[in-house]
Design a protein around this ligand. Sequence first.
Ligand code: A3P
Length: 264
Amino acid sequence: KHSEQVIRRYPLVLLDGLPLSELLEANWEEVKRFKAFPDDLLIASYPKAGTTWLQEIVDMILNDGDVEKCRRAPIYDRIPFLETVEPKPIPSGLDQLAQMARPCVIKTHLPFHLTPKSFWEQDTKAIYIARNGKDNMVSYFYFDQMTTSQPDPGTWEEYFQKFLSGNLTWGSWYDHVKGWWDAKDKHRILYLFYEDVKQDPKREIQKVVRFLEKDLGEETLERIVHHTSFDVMKKNPMANYSIIPKSFFNTDVSQFMRKGFLEF
Ligand code: A3P
């Protein structure tokens, strides 16, 4: 089915009130019924909040800072994206998860209230990363220009209005960061901020290490800080999405790893 999909801009539909690409509709009911394992780990965020960065940090921690092991596959294969149903080359999250050894790490952009209930019934751990609204919106604006399956972002003024009204894929940034914030003390959720990781990566990576109940030495920690820095990740084809064909991520328009610092 996927191979027949042509890469083009897909409109948004409302799924349980959340604006999502119509591509995701086919798997939506199954996504809601997804069965989590207690030892899975969920990485959650609003799009463009630093998800890939957190994914690479987590994979490095779980592999005890082994850089070669973290080069075993592109980040979207190492950590499947639960609800996604993209045109090729990125496969559907559910298809990937069906073949994955469990427990495993799973990425989602779902707001807390639409995350499969099983995660909370199983008391699965989750790490959320939030980014300040302005940088998040700027990053998403460029991403929507280069990602040929996303709705056309239009002009900056139009995009700004859509962002404020929550009329973008995965809905309102505000509801997202707030929903997860309100949930964080009721479940095993570590809530991180992009700006904190930028300011003091070692301190924030240590938080993740403790949350994952790992014990890593100083040298390993330093290696993780280095390997997950913007400049190193930008050059790493297993982390920077550069192997995705231009027909899907048009890097002539914008890079996936674009700027990675505070705009304001
Ligand atoms: P910019 O577009 O501002 O550069 P996501 O992974 O959620 O899609 O987020 C992508 C954003 O995170 C991009 O922001 C990207 O550059 C930034 N990012 C990725 N890796 C990073 C790193 N190691 N350090 C800082 N920012 C990073």
